[in-house]
Design a protein. Structure first.
Length: 295
């Protein structure tokens, strides 16, 4: 029907005058934080299929897209082509965050003391690229010797020395999951402590010094420690009363519970032997008494 017609012919019967431009969206989704112009998101063509721009047509845009805020935005486009045909269309654009969340603050650590509990989530945060905070949604997993467990509330007690893998995971509002894995090096910082015996027998009334049975006391770096300052003793031995007593030693360094080691000493107090005297026979007299009597 356009055959033999000049698009610029003012004749009302000219089919070109009834063919309005077409406005179509190339995409209705815009990535959060991306700099865009609404006009860059659409394609406008005249009835002959020619692309229209501000250079060859009159185009007006009403509305803005705030790519720093997740949401929906309506933009109205109005175009007038070179032969006076006009078209208006309102398009709704969505600002979306299609990136994985970002986890920050998770760091590898070394020289963690065996026997201590760590808040693995301390200092660790997570959020969407759009800024929505997800820290409370972080889940923490600890892997040791190929066995992985979930750390409840992000807290974990390291009961053995070795290398642990700590993994943080968080799911974004866009269903995408981010993860980050760090390494924890755990060291046995217990004191090196030993007694020279586990059982001892003493005589009733004999002096007893529990510290004299300590054979070794060093910190985990092999430095000697003062015995009386770093060992507490539970139990008592009454050497005046025969019997069996148990003494419990607890050795620590700098009063840190994770450095503690214990040992027990069984102490037996033997009853002392009683002294015996030769009894006199009734009626017997000494030579002296006999002589005196004779006199």
């Amino acid at each position: 029907k356009f055959t033999d017609w000049d698009p610029t012919d003012p004749d009302p019967a000219n089919p070109y005058r009834k063919a309005a431009p077409k406005i179509s969206a190339d995409t209705t989704k815009v990535e959060y934080g991306k700099k865009v112009r609404p006009l860059d998101l659409v394609t406008i063509k005249d009835s002959a299929g020619n692309v229209l721009t501000k250079k060859n047509a009159t185009i007006k845009v009403k509305g803005k897209i705030n790519t720093k805020k997740i949401g929906k935005y309506k933009v109205k486009f109005t175009v007038k082509d070179s032969i006076g045909n006009t078209k208006s269309k309102t398009i709704t654009f969505s600002v979306v965050d299609t990136k994985k969340p970002v986890i920050t603050g998770a760091k590898s650590k070394k020289n963690i003391a065996m026997g201590t509990s760590e808040n693995l989530k301390k200092g660790v945060t997570a959020k969407m690229k759009s800024g929505k905070r997800l820290t409370s949604k972080i889940q923490t997993y600890v892997k040791y010797n190929n066995r992985s467990v979930k750390a409840k509330n992000g807290t974990y007690r390291f009961t053995k020395a070795g290398t642990y893998k700590v993994t943080y995971k968080v799911r974004g509002t866009n269903k995408l999951v981010a993860s980050k894995t760090v390494t924890y090096k755990v060291v046995d910082k217990r004191v090196k402590f030993a007694l020279n015996t586990s059982a001892v027998t003493i005589k009733q009334g004999e002096a007893f010094d529990p510290y004299s049975y300590v054979k070794t006391l060093k910190n985990y770096k092999n430095a000697d420690l003062n015995v009386k300052n770093n060992i507490t003793i539970k139990g008592d031995v009454d050497t005046s009363v025969p019997g069996t007593y148990t003494i419990t030693y607890t050795a620590t360094y700098n009063k840190k519970s994770y450095t503690a080691k214990t040992a027990t000493l069984k102490v037996t107090v033997e009853k002392a032997e009683e002294e015996t005297t030769q009894p006199e026979t009734p009626g017997e007299t000494t030579p002296e008494e006999t002589t005196t009597a004779a006199e």
